[in-house]
Design a protein. Structure first.
Length: 237
């Protein structure tokens, strides 16, 4: 994903509308965001995740108290580019949230636009936009904040992911699901069926062996009894 532009208004310390043009910044390949504490560096990353996923990682309940205290509404717009073998496509996702009270917010506007010769609105409902973004990126918000945009204090969490969590995340990042868990499931199913059949066979054999052993023991007991009766008969004779 290549960032193109980001517009922020009313989010945290960005009270007035601000637009960041990433095209010039990305020309050098690498750029940094610098500034004193409280200047809004992390808010730029928050605005990206809010535009894409409708949530802010470091906010309570993901949207609590994110609107500037002097404003009643916030607006974010993020334009980005995705490229594959077929070429590059550009999208813009916009979200507007209104303040319900001091802590709560509600979604007012939400839409995803694809840039063509004429812009096309791909989705304009909250759930539809969320689903479309996840399909386009191939990432959940958890994946995005672990591998693309890591909020402060989250890098250690990324490093300490458990093996299964790391594997599943990397599968989604590189679209390897069919070679990972899905392949494991396909392999495990026949293996489980074979194990189940083998278990039944072993159970049947052991049962037959027990029956044979019991019969043999009974037979030996019978023979011993017969020998005893013969001996007693000889003594009486």
């Amino acid at each position: 994903m290549k960032p193109i532009s980001l517009t922020i208004a009313g989010l945290h310390s960005f009270r007035e509308k601000q637009t960041i043009d990433f095209t010039a910044l990305c020309e050098g390949g690498v750029f940094g965001i610098f500034g004193p504490t409280g200047s809004g560096k992390s808010t730029i990353l928050d605005a990206m995740t809010l535009a894409l996923f409708g949530s802010v990682e470091r906010a309570a309940n993901r949207t609590q108290a994110i609107i500037n205290h002097a404003e009643q509404e916030l607006f974010v717009s993020f334009t980005f580019e995705l490229e594959n073998a077929a070429g590059a496509k550009r999208y813009t996702v916009e979200r507007s949230l209104k303040k319900v009270d001091e802590w709560r917010t509600r979604s007012a506007v939400c839409r995803l636009i694809e840039h063509r010769s004429e812009p096309v609105v791909l989705a304009d409902k909250l759930s539809e936009v969320d689903k479309a973004i996840e399909q386009l990126l191939g990432l959940t918000m958890e994946d995005f904040t672990r591998a693309v945009v890591l909020p402060q204090g989250k890098f250690a969490e990324f490093l300490s992911l458990k093996g299964s969590e790391r594997r599943q995340m990397l599968q989604r990042l590189f679209h390897l699901e069919r070679y990972g868990d899905q392949l494991n499931k396909k392999v495990e199913r026949p293996a489980c069926r074979r194990s189940a059949r083998m278990g039944k066979n072993r159970s049947g054999k052991s049962g037959a062996w027990r029956c044979f052993k019991s019969s043999a023991q009974a037979g030996r007991g019978g023979c011993a009894g017969a020998r005893g009766a013969v001996c007693q008969a000889k003594k009486r004779a």
